[in-house]
Design a protein around this ligand. Structure first.
Ligand code: GTP
Ligand code: SPV
Ligand code: MN
Length: 618
């Protein structure tokens, strides 16, 4: 490996200034880049233009350094495999901080640090952290360029891998930068992997394939709308447009400005009669958003089109309805479990132009992961770079291995993804991974009950974040790790939005594809068959199907959920909707304890909802 990447010709040494393109007039941007450069002391500054040439130069250099492994162009053209450090494989929630002026404003579900103290500490860490490296300036737009709901940001980073991912995940480059005029607001995001190539004495070391630092900080300053991330190159820790900006800073902005930033997919459905519906659905990480966003309906006549798979920004429109955009331009999807049977649309999307992180490599030079094919390859190189056979007794791909791919390669992409005004929502769905209690589908009694359902989402922990997989954890609105302010205030904001939307508010539903029988088998076939539940929801919106009122919500009346041709017994169907009073009372006790930690900030409506649920369970 060479110590430093080849210098692209248009980069100049830092002594010559910040090297900004001539058209940049925003003084705060120029000053900020200068300040961060003075602090982090990179060797060069490169302003990313987002061009194909730039992509080519970056990938060429990273291949030469052994960072990117080019895949076999005959099977996976223009695609790469990257292996991260085994200590840097997922979001680090215990190292994620909301640095609001007051601790109460971060709330009991966030880690908090005093902003001034945190900035001091960060300045210490970032001092010289880019020595010997290139500092990339990455301008990007979340949402269509210049759109009314869109927002601009600039990430500086010393990770060319992050740059490549940002180019896929956002509208990145010159067009976004040109939108940042003299007075345009933009969100600054500083990122360093914390692995300088030159020490303070000037001694140079060789680079490694995945530079990172055991010390990690993912910090958000909501009041000043800035992001500082140190020590990790992986996913949401490093692609600061995603969770840091679009959710943590975004949710804070949304509360101030009257909109919502949510961990939701957006899906367009068309019925056999040609009627269209738009739904947004919040599921915790690795609980099936990408799958549902790309669903292939098994019900004849229904079509589904993808608008987003992870993040939605919601805003009331001029007509009083709630409109949604997907601010992202790519998918950063979970690889394991993605296959022709479970998600053929994703498999077609990743035909090429894809960056794979922490998956296994086949002898043919293609990728593989658990669940990709039924036939397990006889030999692989696993995600850590070691030889692997089915007898190895360990995962070939890391459980949180992912693909990064442009959304425009998705064969089911809706034209409406391009619409800067967004799509009007008919329904909002909450889901999670629950072996018990939560029914296959239930309709909220009203908006307030829907907010209660959202606030009480719990799910079995997945590999998307570090922690104990399988443990049940509260994940309100699937936003536990992503809400940039006090979760109780967030619930209040949702309640206020309901008042504002009034009769125009989308209906709210809860779903659970993951309920299990006593033997531990999934009761519901899931995946494409989830279209049956979506159909019921659409029919219900149109008032065409009847419900059965249970204490936990309105479930399909007998015969109203289409299960024709499905291999699910009557007993299984009953179990999918069973309400065990004892278990639900126990769940209510847990909810009460969960709510208690919010003290006086807990909206009264949620206390009322819990009491009403207990009453209905009697
Ligand atoms: P993030 O990108 O982490 O926010 O997650 P996501 O919600 O987009 O997760 P994704 O769609 O990638 O979830 C993947 C996991 O959910 C895989 O293990 C899938 O097999 C599983 N999954 C998705 N849909 C279903 C379903 O209908 N039934 C069952 N049993 N599993 C499902
Ligand atoms: C999630 O964990 O919800 C993700 C992946 O979507 S990451 O971008 O790494 O947060
Ligand atoms: Mn996510």
């Amino acid at each position: 490996m060479t110590a430093t990447p080849a210098t692209p010709v248009r980069d100049v040494p830092i002594a010559a200034g910040v090297n900004a393109p001539a058209f940049v007039t925003n003084q705060s941007l120029l000053t900020w880049v200068g300040e961060i450069a003075a602090l982090t002391k990179p060797e060069r500054i490169h302003w990313c233009d987002g061009s194909q040439q730039e992509w080519y130069e970056l990938t060429r250099d990273l291949i030469a350094q052994g960072v990117l492994i080019p895949l076999n162009p005959d099977v996976r053209p223009d695609s790469f495999l990257v292996r991260s450090d085994p200590d840097d494989v997922a979001r680090v929630e215990d190292r994620t901080f909301i640095c609001s002026l007051k601790k109460e404003d971060a709330g009991p579900t966030n880690n908090w640090r005093d902003p001034a103290g945190m900035l001091d500490e960060l300045r210490g860490l970032f001092d010289g952290s880019m020595r010997g490296r290139t500092m990339y300036v990455v301008p990007f737009s979340m949402g269509p360029l210049g759109g009314p709901i869109s927002q601009l940001g600039v990430q500086v980073t010393d990770s060319p891998y992050a740059v490549l991912n940002m180019r896929i995940m956002t509208r990145m480059g010159t067009d976004a930068l040109k939108l940042i005029g003299e007075k345009t607001p933009w969100v600054p995001a500083v990122h360093s992997v914390g692995y300088p190539l030159v020490d303070s004495a000037g001694k140079r070391t060789d680079d490694i394939a995945w530079p990172s630092n055991l010390t990690k900080y993912i910090c958000h300053f909501p009041e000043s709308r800035e992001i500082w991330s140190y020590g990790s190159g992986y996913g949401g820790n490093a692609l600061l447009s995603k969770k840091c900006f679009s959710l943590r800073i975004g949710s804070y902005m949304g509360r101030q400005e009257g909109w919502l930033a949510e961990h939701m997919l957006i899906l367009k459905l068309t019925s056999p009669e040609g009627k269209t519906y738009h739904v947004a659905a919040a599921f915790p990480s690795a609980c099936g958003k990408t799958n549902l966003a790309m669903i292939t309906p098994t019900l004849p006549g229904w079509t589904a089109e993808t608008i987003g798979d992870d993040i939605a920004w919601l805003r009331p429109g001029a007509d009083g309805r709630l409109y949604a955009i997907n601010p992202e331009a790519g998918f950063f999807g979970v690889a394991p479990g993605t296959g022709e049977k479970t998600n053929p649309v994703a498999m077609h999307t990743i035909w090429g132009n894809t960056i794979f992180t922490n998956v296994a490599l086949t002898d043919e030079g293609d990728v593989w992961w658990e669940g990709m094919t039924e036939q397990v390859p006889a030999h692989l190189v696993d995600w850590r770079g070691d030889d692997w056979t089915p007898e190895s007794g360990r995962l070939a791909a890391h459980a949180n291995s992912r693909f990064t791919v442009p959304i425009q390669q998705c064969p089911t992409l809706s034209d409406e993804w391009f619409e800067s005004d967004g799509v009007p929502l008919d329904a909002i769905i909450f889901g999670g991974r629950r072996a018990t209690n939560i029914p296959l589908v239930a309709e909220a009694l009203d908006w307030e009950h829907g907010v209660f359902i959202g606030a009480t989402v719990s799910s079995e922990q997945t590999a998307a974040a570090e922690g104990t997989v399988g443990e049940l954890r509260r994940d309100p609105f699937a936003m536990l790790p992503f809400c940039g302010y006090n979760m109780a205030d967030y619930w209040q904001h949702w309640l206020d939005m309901g008042v504002k939307l009034g009769a125009n508010a989308p209906k709210i539903y809860q779903v659970n594809w993951f309920r299990k029988d006593d033997a531990g088998h999934f009761l519901w076939p899931g995946f494409g068959e989830n279209s049956r539940v979506l159909e019921w929801i659409c029919r219900r919106i149109d008032g065409e199907v009847e419900v059965n009122e249970l204490p936990v919500g309105r479930v399909p009346a007998a015969g109203s959920l289409n299960i024709d041709g499905l291999d699910v017994t009557t007993d299984d169907m009953a179990q999918l909707f069973a309400v065990d009073t004892d278990m639900w009372n126990a769940e209510c006790d847990l909810t009460e304890r969960f709510f208690d930690q919010f003290g006086k900030r807990l909206p009264e409506e949620l206390t009322t909802q819990l009491a009403a649920l207990r009453q209905r369970l009697m």
